[in-house]
Design a protein around this ligand. Structure first.
Ligand SMILES: NC(=O)c1ccc[n+]([C@@H]2O[C@H](COP(=O)([O-])OP(=O)(O)OC[C@H]3O[C@@H](n4cnc5c(N)ncnc54)[C@H](O)[C@@H]3O)[C@@H](O)[C@H]2O)c1
Length: 297
């Protein structure tokens, strides 16, 4: 399905501002043009910081979010060509159209960060949690990631594998990297995907689900040169964190920021660095993994 004209609402091509790929010591996947990164949840927090970091590294970016103005705002921060796309990750047609828009503009998708997520509106123990809260949170955080994987992987399977630096691998055995990589995906799980998260059971369930999806997709597509990993951040200073603190009971809120042994919460930029590293050729043998970014928790 092709996106309607209004669907892709912004395209920037500041060719004069293009930067070269500059990840120290790391060869990034390249193709004829710039590598292309797609970021869902790109209008805020971790997604925005990740789009900005991808652009700093020379990627063309597809900034996708349900919130159109915020996606456009992120786009204005980028140094490389990009488009902003409105997407609702809970809807198959919308996710498919997002991928189509990316390919129409840039020809392929080298990396994707599936960062769109919600925390839920009603902190409560399970017996007091409304049923539709569970459906809503699982819809965005779990089904949304599944839909993104489905359409991103379908596109990546059609792409020619890319060898970033054949000379570097010439004397190596015929490993996957040497044959070339079709794409790399990182999903947003959470520290709450590794342990309990009292009062936020739908969120907790959705983030455990993301790890199951990540490992399954990684195994299903490993031989085709598609890597799939996840990040598990602790608390990160984003609008979601602010909402969590505001909504939760005072005793809970007060404890939130002091749970990390390092004594502070993360910045979105710190998480973005990890996402871009996992997407890059720095870790070609890493797939089906989750990376904890939680200050020692
Ligand atoms: N902030 C934290 O402490 C923290 C910790 C661990 C994991 N995470 C995860 O990281 C990801 C990013 O979180 P954040 O803190 O940047 O949150 P955020 O609220 O700042 O950003 C989330 C973005 O997702 C978008 N979004 C929501 N529903 C959507 C939908 N249906 N379709 C498309 N986009 C949608 C929002 O518009 C928003 O721009 C989330 O998956 C979150 O669960 C966050």
């Amino acid at each position: 399905m092709l996106p309607s004209r209004s669907f892709v609402f912004c395209l920037l091509s500041p060719s004069s501002k293009r930067t070269n790929i500059c990840f120290p010591g790391v060869t990034m996947a390249t193709n004829k043009g710039k590598p292309v990164a797609l970021v869902t949840g790109g209008g805020s927090g971790i997604g925005r910081a990740t789009a900005v970091r991808f652009a700093e590294l020379g990627y063309s970016c597809v900034v996708a979010d349900i919130n159109e103005p915020s996606a456009k705002e992120t786009l204005r921060m980028l140094q490389t060509p990009g488009i902003a796309v409105q997407v609702d990750v809970t809807m198959a047609t919308s996710v498919e159209a997002m991928v189509t828009a990316a390919v129409q503009h840039f020809g392929r998708i080298d990396c994707a960060f599936n960062g769109a997520g919600i925390e839920g509106t009603t902190p409560a123990r399970i017996a007091d949690t409304p049923v539709d809260e569970f459906d809503r949170v699982m819809g965005v955080n779990a089904k949304g990631v599944w839909l993104c994987l489905k359409y991103e992987i379908a596109q990546m399977l059609q792409q020619e594998p890319v060898m970033s630096d054949p000379a570097k691998w010439a004397d190596k055995p015929d490993v996957c990297r040497f044959r070339g990589v079709r794409g790399s995906i990182v999903n947003a799980s959470s520290q709450a995907g590794l342990q309990s998260f009292p009062l936020y059971s739908p969120y907790c369930a959705s983030k455990w689900a993301v790890l199951g999806l990540t490992q399954t997709a990684a195994v299903e597509y490993a031989k085709e040169g598609i890597r799939v990993n996840a990040i598990c951040p602790g608390l990160v200073a984003t609008p979601m964190h602010d909402r969590l603190k505001e909504k939760s009971p005072p005793a809970f809120s007060e404890r939130l920021d002091s749970v990390h042994p390092v004594g502070r919460i993360a910045t979105p930029e710190e998480v973005a660095q990890a996402v871009c590293w996992l997407c890059s050729d720095a870790c070609p043998f890493t797939t089906g993994e989750h990376l904890k970014i939680s200050g020692g928790l």
